[in-house]
Design a protein around this ligand. Structure first.
Ligand code: URP
Ligand code: ZN
Ligand code: ZN
Length: 572
């Protein structure tokens, strides 16, 4: 009887696995709005999330590794069941049916969180080639188990329409968990209202990005940016900014084209670093005026980093995010004789023309002046880049990074002796989880956290190449770079999705992670400051003598002559 019972269990287990493979595009949970678009989207709360997981995978026991969190390192085994971390401790018992993952001599870290990606983004007349499937496959191959992608409404769309579009694109394809941030590309009452709606549970947005670049496409004016940040502060969302001076860039681009500079070197010359530093400073000033926390995406230059440090020293709540590209490459590529080579490095803000910047940005991450790393993964292949063959302003902007970020940060940070493994975990996952309010569910190895775990081999090395990467793009900006630190095994919500150099992902098996507003890491001081900086009026007695006083002053003013004569400039 026991034997036939066991065979029955085995057979149904095998059928469920075969079924998953035969129906790879079937998402495990279909969002409510895809079933009935007139209904509000159903939120996936933490409890729903755990209980709805139909995991055909066996429990896992990661044995013999060193667990690394952002504040501790210790030797322990980890038991994973139903997508969650069930136990962490030394010499855990081996339950029956468990699959052992040997981590002897390796580190066991929270899966990376990349808080800035653009999978399949329609941009500059093209669509980024890493879609939500290829992009998340590349992510897990490099040890990243969650991305935060950007919903970017065109100026004539609305936040909610665009949100639905992004969910329709992502949900059936993602191979690891993902969250969404939203760009605000225009300003009106409806946008303000929808910002409030999408920060609700059923949408799960807790940050909004403003572009101070891409004039006429995504760029907002300072007054719109300021109003947008006031609204962010009101709804408990973090403001994020792409900081460049888009208006001056547009002028400089025209000047360069008129001088016959049409190649990718024009891209960098139209965007001097000062214009990134100026916009970063302006964004910080305006954020303080709006009493809104600010997150500066893709910090590419020392000047921008300096502006952030300056405002933080004055007490502003500002986070700075360098990206893998900026930590490992520089702007010398724009002057490469091969047009295509140069074009493939075009992103905005451009890579720094100062070759000491990548290492300086890592120093700032080590010192805590910059806070977390991302990639801005937004890939266009050779054919797409050629759209700008005769005019650098038409080269689609964007580069790869999601697969290589973890290794690049390990190489430039830990292997070079600048940071320890705990700081590595902080800047690759925990800080992002805290800022975007999904900690400790994400970004920590602890009982009850999602089992997004990576067995990280600090001794192994690999050479990055387009021939072996898992992106859809036909180029890799880190080509030929040797990096230490390799993801041996990646586990996404309890399932092995990368092992022995092989992807084991299932299309659409990743989940949308709704992100709640009012992140304590972001808002704790802001809420208190709002109370302290209430505008102050002055109560005055109305005096009987006031009209007489006014009359006297008016006569005096008429007779007043400034030394050197009165100005004839009038201020209406
Ligand atoms: O060049 C870039 N960065 N492309 C992606 C869009 C953006 O600015 O983030
Ligand atoms: Zn940007
Ligand atoms: Zn971006």
């Amino acid at each position: 009887i026991l034997v036939s019972l066991l065979s029955l269990i085995m057979v149904s287990f095998l059928i469920s696995i075969i079924d998953q493979y035969l129906n790879p595009t079937q998402p495990q949970i279909i969002p409510a709005y895809l079933l009935n678009s007139s209904r509000a989207i159903k939120s996936t709360s933490l409890t729903d999330f755990a209980s709805t997981m139909s995991s055909p995978s066996p429990p896992l026991l990661i044995r013999g590794g060193t667990v690394v969190n952002d504040d501790e390192m210790f030797k322990a085994d980890i038991l994973i069941e139903n997508g969650l971390i069930k136990a962490v401790g030394p010499n855990l018992e081996t339950p029956s049916g468990v699959q052992i993952v040997d981590a002897t001599g390796k580190l066991v870290i929270p899966g990376g969180i990349d808080p800035h990606t653009h999978m399949q983004l329609p941009f500059m007349g093209e669509v980024a080639v890493d879609d939500f499937e290829k992009g998340t496959q590349a992510a897990v191959a490099g040890g990243t188990t969650m991305i935060i992608d950007f919903v970017i409404p065109s100026k004539d769309s609305t936040p909610i329409k665009a949100y639905k579009q992004w969910r329709e694109w992502a949900d059936p394809k993602v191979c690891c968990d993902y969250g969404l941030s939203m760009a605000i590309t225009t300003w009106n009452e409806n946008v303000a209202k929808e910002m409030e709606i999408v920060t609700g549970d059923e949408y799960g947005i807790n940050s909004f990005k403003f572009f101070l670049a891409y004039k006429g496409v995504f760029m907002v004016r300072d007054d719109e940016f300021y109003q947008g940040m006031i609204q962010c502060a009101k709804v408990g969302a973090l403001a994020r900014v792409h900081a460049e001076n888009g208006s001056v860039i547009a002028e400089k681009a025209k000047e360069l084209l008129a001088k016959g500079i049409t190649g990718p070197e024009g891209h960098t010359q139209s965007r001097p670093e000062e214009l990134e530093a100026e916009a970063t400073n302006r964004a910080c000033v305006l954020a303080s005026q709006a009493n809104c926390p600010l997150y500066v995406v893709h910090v590419m230059s020392k000047g921008a980093a300096r502006a952030i440090a300056h405002h933080r020293q004055k007490g502003a709540v500002i986070f700075g995010e360098p990206i893998a590209a900026g930590l490992a490459t520089d702007g010398s590529h724009y002057y490469n004789k091969d047009w295509l080579h140069a074009a493939r490095y075009v992103l905005s803000p451009p890579l720094s023309r100062d070759s000491s910047t990548p290492s300086a940005l890592m120093d700032l991450l080590a010192a805590g002046e910059l806070h977390l790393t991302a990639t801005d993964n937004c890939t266009f292949n050779c054919r797409q880049k050629l759209a700008g063959k005769d005019d650098f302003t038409k080269i689609p902007n964007g580069v790869n990074g999601v697969e290589d970020r973890m290794s690049v940060v390990w190489e430039k940070g830990v292997h070079s002796g600048k940071i320890d493994p705990m700081r590595f975990v902080a800047i690759t996952s925990s800080v992002a989880a805290k800022i975007f309010n999904c900690y400790p569910r994400k970004g920590r190895i602890a009982v009850g956290s999602d089992a997004d775990v990576v067995v990280w081999n600090p001794e192994a090395s690999r050479t990055i190449s387009k021939d072996t990467h898992h992106h859809a793009v036909d180029f890799n900006i880190f080509e030929g770079m040797e990096v230490h630190g390799v993801a041996d095994v990646t586990i996404s919500r309890g399932k092995i999705v990368w092992e022995n150099g092989q992807l084991k992902t299932m299309t659409g098996s990743g989940r949308f992670v709704p992100l709640k507003p009012w992140s304590p890491t972001v808002f704790s001081t802001i809420a208190q400051r709002a109370k302290m900086i209430q505008p102050r009026g002055v109560q005055r007695e109305t005096s009987q003598d006031l009209p007489k006083e006014v009359e006297k002053l008016t006569v005096q003013n008429k007779n007043y002559r400034t030394p050197g004569g009165n100005s004839n400039i009038s201020f209406s």
